[in-house]
Design a protein around this ligand. Structure first.
Ligand SMILES: [Ca+2]
Length: 56
């Protein structure tokens, strides 16, 4: 995880599979795979930030 991941999640914050026509791209920011980008994804990225470890 690095600043690029944080930015990616932040940019897509609030989107979800139902409302986002570009979900195939947006879902890369869906860290926990629950089909929406929310505070959980932000928190997860923050938790793993700097470890070089992808949660996926
Ligand atoms: Ca998510």
């Amino acid at each position: 995880m690095d600043i690029v991941d944080v930015a990616k999640v932040a940019r897509n914050f609030g989107k979800n599979k139902q409302t986002d026509p570009n979900w195939d791209e947006t879902k890369k920011a869906d860290i926990n795979g629950d089909e929406k980008i929310n505070i959980v994804d932000i928190a997860t990225v923050a938790r793993y930030f700097g470890r070089g470890c992808y949660f996926l």
